[in-house]
Design a binder for this molecule. Structure first.
Ligand code: IMP
Ligand code: MG
Length: 185
């Protein structure tokens, strides 16, 4: 375990190391670059959790792209979804007639992304695809197609590389399982 950040003491263990992330993001970037060749997609970051993945992924995309940001809330500060999805910050750009690639940190129940996909499709996007760093398929509550995913993970609450618990731990370079003592107290 990397010990250079004080907050690693709150982790049970590291699940995905910075090195694994770096390799996976590079591979995914090559795949997306090939799939969108000749297109000019709008790449949308879902705030705040996806921000680090987004920044790393963008620099692997050899495309003439636009970026935009959207914020959704469904969680509060608990580790279980409320199932209620709320649009907190909308896009600046019009997606009508555009290919949209939505970048998310993790797909859990799938409620957030299924809402976003529906919304952007209704606004006239030519295509809406999803790129996620992590996927927890065991927790899916809605049918959702995820086109690009780096890692499938077990049903555990993870933090780091953008992912938070009560807004903390986003700055950790690796992804780790949060020790239950942190949210059970
Ligand atoms: P969904 O709508 O249930 O798919 O929830 C997706 C959102 O829940 C993600 O964007 C995260 O913000 C949050 N989330 C789900 N699982 C985790 C986790 O293990 N750690 C941190 N955030 C999570
Ligand atoms: Mg999130």
């Amino acid at each position: 375990m990397q010990k250079e950040f004080e907050q690693y003491k709150d982790l049970e263990r590291i699940l995905v190391s910075r090195k694994d992330i770096e390799e996976a993001v590079k591979k995914l970037g090559e795949r997306i670059t090939a799939d969108y060749k000749g297109k000019q997609p709008i790449v949308v970051c879902i705030l705040k959790g996806a921000v680090i993945f987004f920044a790393d992924l963008l620099r692997q995309l050899d495309l003439s792209l636009d970026i935009d940001f959207m914020a959704i809330s469904s969680y509060g500060s608990s580790t279980k979804t409320t199932g209620v999805v709320k649009l907190v910050k909308d896009l600046d750009r019009d997606v009508n007639g555009r290919d949209v690639l939505v970048v998310e940190d993790i797909v859990d129940s799938g409620m957030t992304l299924s809402y976003i996909k529906k919304e952007l499709t209704q606004r006239g996007a030519t295509s809406v695809r999803i790129a996620t760093l992590l996927d927890k398929p065991a927790r899916r509550r809605v049918d959702l197609k995820v086109e690009y995913s780096c890692f499938e993970i077990p049903d555990a609450f993870v933090v780091g590389y953008g992912l938070d618990y009560a807004e903390k731990y986003r700055n950790l370079p690796d992804i780790g399982i949060l020790h239950p003592r942190i949210y059970e107290k």
